[in-house]
Structures are given as structure tokens and as C-alpha cells.
Design a protein around this ligand. Sequence first.
Ligand SMILES: Nc1ncnc2c1ncn2[C@@H]1O[C@H](COP(=O)(O)OP(=O)(O)OP(=O)(O)O)[C@@H](O)[C@H]1O
Length: 586
Amino acid sequence: MSDDDSEITGSDEVEVDGANGFSGNFENADLGDEESNQGLFDDLLSGEPIFENKEVLRPSYTPHELPHRSDQINKMATILVAALRGETPSNILIYGKTGTGKTASAKFVSKELESTSQKYSVPCDVEYINCEVTDTQYRVLAQLANKFIEKNEARIDERIDELQSLLDDLEAYDRAIDVDASSDDPDDRTASDPFDFVSEDEVDGDAETSTGTDTGPQSGDSPLEKGGSGDRTDSSSETEPAALENAADGPGVSGDGAADPTPDHPLASTPFDDRDEIEARITELRDDKDSFEEVPMTGWPTDRVYSVFFDAVDYDERVVVIMLDEIDKLVEKSGDDTLYNLSRMNSELENSRVSIIGISNDLKFTDFLDPRVKSSLGEEEIVFPPYDANQLRDILEHRSEVAFKGGALSGDVIPLCAAFAAQEHGDARRALDLLRTAGELAERSQSETIVEEHVRQAQDKIELDRVVEVVRTLPTQSKLVLFAIILLEKNGVHSINTGEVFNIYKRLCEEIDADVLTQRRVTDLISELDMLGIVNAVVVSKGRYGRTKEISLSVPLEETEAVLLSDSRLSDIDDVQPFVQARFEN
Ligand SMILES: Nc1ncnc2c1ncn2[C@@H]1O[C@H](COP(=O)(O)OP(=O)(O)OP(=O)(O)O)[C@@H](O)[C@H]1O
């Protein structure tokens, strides 16, 4: 126990029995509720938590700082600044292996871009799409169309609000004139008169100055605001409002009664001449809003979706940046039509301009693109290299300052996490996962600090989770092949060959009524399992009997079997023992 702790527990004012204030508080809290609470969570709660803020270690957290990515971030900013000048930025392709900070950096830059565009009132919108989820042309266009319709509707609402308040200003202004015109007799003024504060002399004086000594009113001030301020009693004020200057004969209205807005008139710096024009514009905006039609997630012809998207983007003058994350998945699933359509849009848009940022793990995906799309999309390329162990250490140190309580990390934890993740192609996501999982394991074992052993356990756990996930998502045929290999291993068969796997596989298929693939196809599936790291298949020479594959399991048997049996189709296979006999029945 530290000196600090003994000070707390030793205090007369804190009546706690536990080793520290916390456990004491929990015990006290129990007393009042003993019957209904059996203390299931109390032990867990009483451990000193290791984390200060675990959320900052999760992938969903967007860091404010991205160490070792300033070159890439600056390059992106240099290209995208064109959008803030109202020009079309070049399209950008971002490459790099998984976990190298591509998405985090691109999102960081786009956030900055949008906030700067607001600061300088330059219309610029950034839209992010994850093509792993949204992986067809229809869905990409529909999602973009609906997002822009939403943005257009919000802007229309904003404009209608502005126009409504302009109408209000106009009404107030007109009312002020009426009141003023009818108050030639100063005794007629009422307490609510907006010009109540103006003395008789002032009005007279203003009437005199209205003949041409305009002292330069401040634009944007409405007559009512001035009336309400109550502090403008100095008749010699240099900034006397035009409304007052003209008060004697009716501001904004010349001698012959025609509209003659002074700079202070609410419509002075607007494109509108009168109330009718504003109302017509409001009606027009409402009609536009009613005409927008949200795109359903299926069912329309793609060209209709494209045209709704096109119109939605072109509704306003603006630069639009479309960020397509995992763009290779889109091309893999549905070809390059989407990219072709997006990259030729600029030649047809009248009001807006579109620029594309594509993000990919796969350096080769552009080989599958139409040459025109390839050259348009790859106008600028930015590469995100893998992090080395030192860089990962920096990244982890930055995050751990916020994530953990002081003293929760022993000195070798961050270097070890960084070293493990650096072995795996310099993946910052993996490094952060390791650190978080190590923290969780330490917390679960009620340890006060995270030590090297927790990192090693975390590494095993993450690896097992990965295997479980890969096996769970295998197609049924691959699961059957894998199950056959597991059954053979379980029954002590070593040096399993393809023929043995095929025989068991065939029986399993019959048992669950699945199609039986050819042996050649099953050999391909074994190679795929090998590439996924689930089995190890080595080709061995059998002398004059030719060559054969020797297959063994590379993942923990029991866990993998459990995952396979959690598939409802495979769980129908109840008695696995007889299948192994099939090995001997060729
Ligand atoms: N330089 C960095 N500083 C801090 N955190 C980082 C840095 N680079 C990456 N990260 C973090 O690592 C995780 C993975 O980053 P990100 O999603 O940007 O990778 P990615 O390159 O887009 O990977 P993928 O291709 O798999 O989507 C995120 O939690 C991110 O916050």
C-alpha cells in the first residue's frame, strides 16, 4: 500500500473497512441491499481498474493526432486545398497495407477540410463510403444520392429560415415606417414605439440631415434592433441609422412613393426587390424539396439511381469529395462501372465538381480497371508504408497516456506489443488490439499492472479469435473438407493425404445431403485452407508412387471443431466415428 493510501484509510472522516476507499464504499453500498444482491459483480468491481478510458484503444476511436503520418496528411491537404479555392481537386488513390492509418488519416483530413470550408463559407462536402459494406454500383450511388438529398434538404430548410427572417425584418421595417409616419405629433408616441428613445429634437434634426448628409449607416442592423437597444440617445451620433435619417418623410420611400431602398433597408444587399419575390423563392424552394425522391435500397434501374444522384449533387454550387474506402472490394465485386461513372461526371455537372479519394489495401487492383478510369483515378497517389516497431511504440505511447491509469503498464509491455505488431506487416490496429486485450486480461486476473505475460496471452487470444472468425465464415464445402481433416487427426491419423480427406468428405456430404465436389476441386479447397493458415499442406515425393500432399491442422483442434459444429448444417452430423472407417474403404 502506498503512503497515499494509508493516508486515506487512516483518515477519521472516512469510515471504511477495506484496503482503500473504493472497496469500503462498495461494502457499505451492499449493506442496504443484502437480500436482493448476491454480490455477483462486487468482486469484479472491487479490483482497481487498469483502464482510465478504454475507448481510445478501440478501432472506432478517431485520434486527434496521428504520429508518423504528417507527410501523407500534408500531401492530401496540398491536393485538397483546391476545393477551398472553388477548384476541383485531383483524384487521389491511397495505398497501404491494413492498419497503416489510411482511413484515420483520410478522415482526419476531410474533417479539417469541412470545418475550414465552413469557416470561410466555401461550399464543400465530403462523403465517406466503406465499399466493403456498400459493394455494388447501385448501393454506392443510392447511398450517395440519399446523403446529398439529405444535405440539400437541410440547406433548403436553412435558406427558408433565412428568407423567413428576412420577411420578418421587412415587416418590422415597414411597421417602423408606418408608426413613424403617423407620429408626426410627438404626443402620439406610445411606450412600445420602436423609436421611443429618439427625442423630438433628434427627429427634427434627422429630418434636416435627410436631405443628403448620410453619415454611413452600419449595414446589417435592422431598425428594430436599433430601436430596442435603447442606448442611442446621442443626436450627434455619426452612425445614425438611415431609417432614422429618413424618418421624417418615410425611410426607403422617395417622394414619389417608389421603392428606393437605402443601404439600411433589409433588402438592400439581397437579390430581392420586394416581399413577393421572397415569397416566390420560398415556394420554389419548398417545391424543390418536395421533388426530391429518396432512392430505395433495391429495385430501381441503375441509370435512374445515377440520374437522381447526379441531380442531387448538381443542385448546389459546391465541390464534393467522395471517399471510397476499400475501393478494391467494390471493383472486385462489381467491376469498374461505378468508378467510370463517377470519374466522367465533371464534364456534365453544371454547378458542382466531384473529386474522388480511393483507399485500398491491394496495390494491384488498378490492373483490373479500364485504362481511362485508371488514369483518371490515379491522378495523385499516396503510399502509406507499414509502421516499424519504433513508430508503433510511439503510437501506443500516445494512446496509452489517455487509455490507462498511471503506473498500470510495466515497462516492457509497449515495446513487446509494438514488436509483435511490427512482425505482422506493421499494423497499428493489431498493436492497439494487443495492448487493449492485454489490459483486459490483466484486469480479469485482478492484476494491478499489465506485464509481458499478459501481452503473450493476448497474442494467443487474438490469433485464436482470428481463426474462429475465419473458420466461422468459410463456405459449407470448405467447412466439410476441414471437418474431414479434423476427424482424421482426432483419430490419430498422421500424414493425411488428399485421397483420405476426399473419402471422409464424401461421406460427410452424403450425411447432410450436400453436393459432392470432385477430388480435384477438394484439392483446391485444401490449398485455400492452406493459404488461410488453417491447415498446412506440404507436397512430398513418394518415389515411384509420384508426389502427394501431406496435410496437417495448423489451428487448435478442439476450438476449431466447436466452431464447425456451431454451423447448423454440420451439427446434424451426430455420430462421427463410423466416418473414419471410410478411410480404409477406397
Ligand atoms: N499514426 C497513427 N497514430 C495513431 N493511431 C493510428 C495511426 N495509424 C493508425 N492508427 C490507428 O490504427 C487503427 C487502424 O487504422 P486505419 O483504420 O486508419 O488503418 P487502415 O490503413 O485504413 O487499415 P485498413 O486498410 O485495414 O482499413 C485505427 O484505430 C487508427 O486510429
